[in-house]
Design a protein around this ligand. Sequence first.
Ligand code: RTP
Ligand code: MG
Length: 156
Amino acid sequence: SSDGSTEKEKTLAMVKPDGVSGNHTDGIKNVILESGFSICREMIVHLSEESVALFYAEHASKSFFPSLVRYMTSGPVLVMVLEKENAIADWRSLIGPTDALKAKVTHPHSIRAMCGLDAEKNCVHGSDSPQSAEREILFFFKEMSSGRVGTKHDEL
Ligand code: RTP
Ligand code: MG
């Protein structure tokens, strides 16, 4: 459309260490595809402390930060670029609230409710805005450069 609202959009999704070690990867990828996303890129990586600190820089001053770094470096993660119309908000909606224990009560069909463990070990990540999506996609996939993420201009 002329305002771009029906253009495809990209977001950065991650299955966190508890999700990978808990064997939730295949189930989560099925939910992603059944929900109309395409998976443009994927990569398994074991993050360093430095990488986690950069990725979650906005939380550097939080009390949970040291624990978050331990958690996120505890094993490999699966990083994916997802694409569809309204991908950023729709993926956040699919994963549910941050605290998996609360999600089990308020959003029982969300991925965090079904696969997450607690307020920290919540199985999955999703970009929270177009600015975050662009930063996070470039963080992992440097070749997906130039222009706004959220417009369709990258080859698969
Ligand atoms: P994410 O960035 O991973 O998609 O999660 P989010 O937006 O829902 O939550 P955010 O506030 O950005 O927090 C990032 C991650 O830090 C851990 N956390 N632990 N112990 C705690 O109170 C606490 N709060 C946040 C979680 O792993 C959360 O996803
Ligand atoms: Mg966040």
